[in-house]
Design a binder for this molecule. Structure first.
Ligand code: DGL
Length: 264
């Protein structure tokens, strides 16, 4: 079998990585994908680094054994704690991570004030401190942990009064800042972007890392001559670790998030 037709694996703690998968499918409609949501262990962002690293390795090794041509960690938290170690152990493999989209956000105006919303674990890790250092001269950056928000998205509650009240209280300290931009540093958050926007103000620009990650994935596949050169539309298989023996069990959940067309 030629390696080009093998699927690209896309991994997250749950449904959040679908925000990245949608960009990947838009950019590479002829590719086959396996989406793995580790909902049995979500949320990752309040676990220890060691635990999330182990979970990420275990998913990677399972998917690698089944045959994949690239692994996209569509999870900022798992990327923070595991991408370097995975690349070190598997230097020949294509392993793509995601990071909070500070790079485009700091360009939104002259020395902007930018809040980075992410999980507690992402913000605690050295990878994030290094990212902050890279941009400290270009912007005032406010790291802001959002524990509890992932759970809303996991249960499909992406709008409504309860979510609005939760965000209103959570993001209250940010309303005192003169924010120019917000970076959604967790792949679950784009699903609640309009609620976030209505709380922090429609004039604040919002950035996320999904397009950058998809572009990076395509570039790596191109460089390695691994794009699928068929004219046929690719397939997406969804695997949910809460239902390990069934494929596509997350489908009904994904339909809510606009994933419907991915399955057609
Ligand atoms: N979606 C993941 C991220 O980008 C983490 C969510 C979780 O806490 O499980 O960080």
């Amino acid at each position: 079998m030629t390696k080009n037709i093998l699927p690209i694996a896309v991994f997250d703690s749950g449904v959040g990585g679908v925000s990245v998968l949608m960009e990947l499918v838009n950019m590479m409609p002829h590719e086959n994908f396996i989406y793995f949501g580790d909902t049995a262990n979500a949320p990752y962002g309040i676990k220890s680094a060691c635990c999330v690293r182990e979970l990420t390795f275990s998913v990677y090794e399972k998917l690698k054994a089944g045959g994949i041509k690239a692994f996209v960690i569509a999870c900022n938290t798992a990327t923070s704690v595991a991408v370097a170690a995975l690349r070190e152990k598997y230097p020949e493999d294509i392993i793509i991570g995601i990071e909070p989209a500070l790079k485009p956000a700091v360009k939104c105006c002259e020395r902007p004030t930018v809040a980075v919303l992410a999980t507690p674990l992402t913000l605690k890790e050295e990878k994030f401190s290094l990212l902050l250092q890279r941009f400290e001269d270009d912007a005032r950056v406010i790291p802001f942990a959002c524990p509890g928000l992932v759970e809303f998205v996991e249960r499909g509650e992406v709008e409504g009064e309860r979510l609005h009240a939760f965000l209103d209280e959570l993001l209250a300290p940010l309303k005192k800042e003169e924010l120019d931009a917000v970076v959604l540093g967790c792949t679950h958050y784009p699903f609640v972007k309009s609620e976030i926007s209505s709380v922090i103000g429609e004039n604040v620009q919002i950035f996320d890392g999904s397009v950058g990650t998809a572009l990076n994935t395509r570039r790596r596949l191109e460089e390695n001559n691994l794009l699928n050169d068929t004219n046929e539309k690719g397939r997406v298989i969804f695997i949910d670790s809460s239902y390990p023996n069934e494929e596509n069990t997350s489908k009904s959940m994904l339909v809510k998030f606009g994933g419907e067309y991915l399955c057609s």
